[in-house]
Design a protein. Structure first.
Length: 454
């Protein structure tokens, strides 16, 4: 719902420090949907070595090299030649390369940002799925697979997702909670009680921190709104529910009350994302509200490597703050693995895709960085990665929340979010606008036709 750069902001930032891998695969020569024709396939004899050209922007190269090394060890006749780009450069360079017919075999696809930009130069998965195990679909989270397919304007699956990100979730300073006898909050009443204890204890520890920037407001707000209906965000952007519906007024009221009753401090709205993260990472906050892409902080090895001094970290869903609500988070598949039409080695590329998405041995090479919740059904983090009960149960809670698949995060491209919604939500949080008035204003702007979904 933010612009494309903002939608992946947390993911791309985390990648530079650590994580996630993108690759892609292909096969078949049955044509495709639009664009150029599929390249003819090279004849590969028994024992013949093949080199696959692999472009991506993600994950951090050290993580990706581990994945490639593991694949090459298991497939000694296939070599992966990697070229990695920055996030913004990749969005420019990959379309140029594909449209010029450059020979690429495996490409990472930013699912929400790039699918419709490059799909006419990709082989539909149906063209090369014959090179995957017959049961490959049953191994992939169906919600993530559906999001990856539905984002394409022609509703065709062009890539297989490695995993998903979502927001908002809550990270906890487990040492502070233990010292004060606080449990991870499940409801607004729990959170309010925890905040009161942190304030009473003093010591320069903030109860709850988060970004006060405008772009983060819809992340926080829709986490609350989707507690009423897990698809409410989708229903608003697709016109199934009005922006001044009773559900939205209820959500706006609940959101405003978090600040009105002091559970969330209005002063926090002055923080930038880096300010909030740094405060929590230095041990000066009890709770941090962030995206699931921040889950690397659950790893003690990651904290040590990155100079993060908070001792022990837990996590979980944002507390339920609406009557009768359920924990929620907007999610979206990211890191699609696709095969360009220019590939002459689709069968070998498909082997790499299988390794990175449906083979536990392959997924474990990149997923332990914790940025993406893997699309592989039943994936469990190696116990050596998360060394405390709080971290282990925290990641399990985040994984369950993201895997369930809520409304689509960043799925609907419209300037309504940045030009209207985010600042309206800030006014509601600050108490400057009543919920009903805000809802009516949102509906009026939406109905104006000035902000169509692209």
């Amino acid at each position: 719902m933010r612009n494309d750069a903002q939608v992946r902001r947390g993911l791309a930032a985390a990648a530079t420090a650590l994580v996630l891998s993108l690759s892609v695969a292909a096969c078949g020569n049955s044509g495709g949907v639009g664009g150029s024709s599929n390249a003819g396939q090279a004849t590969v004899g028994a024992g013949q070595k093949v080199t696959l050209n692999y472009w991506t922007w993600f994950p951090a190269q050290p993580t990706l090299q581990k994945s490639i090394a593991a694949f090459e060890a298991a497939n000694p006749n296939i070599t992966i030649k990697l070229r990695e780009f920055s996030n913004t450069d990749y969005q420019k360079e990959l379309p140029l390369a594909l449209n010029s017919g450059q020979s690429l075999d495996v490409v990472g696809v930013q699912v929400s940002a790039m699918t419709n930009t490059v799909r006419t130069q990709l082989r539909p998965v149906g063209d090369w799925a014959g090179n995957l195990p017959a049961d490959w679909k049953s191994k992939i989270n169906p919600a993530m697979l559906a999001q990856t397919q539905d984002i394409a304007k022609d509703k065709t699956l062009y890539s297989i997702p490695m995993g998903s990100i979502g927001s908002a979730v809550v990270y906890s300073n487990a040492d502070v909670l233990a010292k004060l006898g606080i449990s991870f909050p499940k409801t607004q009443a729990d959170l309010a009680a925890d905040v009161a204890k942190v304030k009473a204890a003093g010591g320069g520890v903030a109860p709850v921190v988060f970004s006060g920037e405008a772009w983060w407001q819809d992340e926080m707000f829709f986490t609350v709104a989707d507690q009423i209906d897990p698809k409410l965000s989708d229903e608003l952007y697709t016109g199934k529910v009005a922006w001044n519906s009773p559900q939205l007024v209820k959500a706006l009221t609940a959101y405003q009350n978090l600040f009105k009753n002091g559970t969330l401090d209005k002063g926090t709205l002055s923080l930038k994302e880096t300010d909030a993260d740094n405060t929590f990472n230095s041990g000066k906050a009890a709770f941090l509200v962030e995206g699931s892409w921040n889950s690397s902080v659950l790893s003690s090895a990651y904290r040590k490597a990155n100079g993060i001094t908070v001792g022990n970290v837990g996590a979980g869903a944002f507390p339920v703050v609406v009557d009768g609500g359920q924990p929620a988070a907007r999610t979206f598949a990211e890191g699609g693995l696709a095969i360009p039409k220019s590939s002459k080695y689709a069968a070998q590329a498909a082997k790499f895709i299988q390794f990175m998405t449906t083979d536990p041995a392959g997924v474990s090479t990149w997923a332990s960085d914790l940025v993406l919740v893997p699309s592989l059904n039943g994936y469990a983090v190696d116990p050596s990665v998360l060394t405390t009960p709080e971290a282990q149960s925290g990641y399990a809670a985040v994984q369950a929340l993201i895997s369930a698949g809520g409304s689509g995060r960043g799925q609907y491209s419209t300037t309504f979010t940045t030009n209207v919604l985010d600042n309206t939500l800030l006014d509601v949080a600050r108490g400057n606008t009543a919920p009903q008035a805000a809802a009516d204003s949102l509906q009026s702007a939406w109905a104006s036709g000035r902000y169509p979904v692209q």
